[in-house]
Design a binder for this molecule. Sequence first.
Ligand code: PMP
Length: 314
Amino acid sequence: MQGKYAFFDGGIVPIEDAKVSVRTHSFNYGTGCFEGIRGYWNPEERQMLVFRMREHYVRFLQSCSLLMIKLPYDADQLCAITLDLLRKEGFESDTYIRPLAYKSDELIGVKLHGLTDALTIFATPFGRYVDAEEGARVHVSSWRRIDDNALPARGKIVGAYVNSAFSKTEALLNGFDEAIVLTQDGHVSEGSAENLFVMRDGTVYTPPVTDNILEGITRDTVMHLLSEEMGLPVVERSIDRTELYCADEVFMSGTGVQIAAIIEIDHRPVGTGAMGPTVRALRDRYFDVVRGRAPQYRSWCEPVYVGANEKVTA
Ligand code: PMP
């Protein structure tokens, strides 16, 4: 099943009407940015809960600012538009929400300034992003991560995802589930669309935001749960490739992948070669949090439907 609507050109329209020209600047040059947000269906409450939507839109506006895109909406207005769209769709399942801001001019010429900006948002029912969430086999990519002074990974920039596509395709065609990508100077950066965590001797390490990562919202959630709830020290520092081979547990985090255990890297088992106890406990807690079953984190979960399953059916 796909969504039937999109926010496009200032209003909600049937998805068939949300079309752009082949001449569109962003289609030609990759001059757009986007977000990936998840809505979780809570069957007991018959409610959809959008996870940390405001934080996603704050990051979206930062990506816009990198690309000199000015939208006539602030983060709260973007949240309101998204809720309207989701109510109109009326999904009763886990959902993926894709806002996209882009240079919409139909002209030839590579630049950022003096162009027209547009916004679209669509949503689709969505399950797993990586099948092997309980035990992914990964390799270190032969592709390097884009560098901040070439194409900033800090922004979710459309054109930059060719770098992710290179590494993901190489991994899949070589029989792995995901890729770990290194920075130009050879430190661990992240997965093709996930942040990375490495546990050694009871401490959890994750690359710093200066190692060409996307500043993940799941990363932030995970760091909070590990340190505040599970009492584990979490250290942001550069990670060497071979530390991956010596780790007790390694896992990925992201809106799409959620929390996925990595059980093998470059044909070497991680720890025992099966999902470790820390990532198992973290995943359980994470799913409670995102589905609205942890009262103290309920403010991260934005309800879509107004009353008990009161949906707009028009
Ligand atoms: N890194 C990259 C390159 C990504 O595309 C994503 C997915 N948005 C992430 C990390 C994880 O970010 P988040 O937890 O905010 O989804």
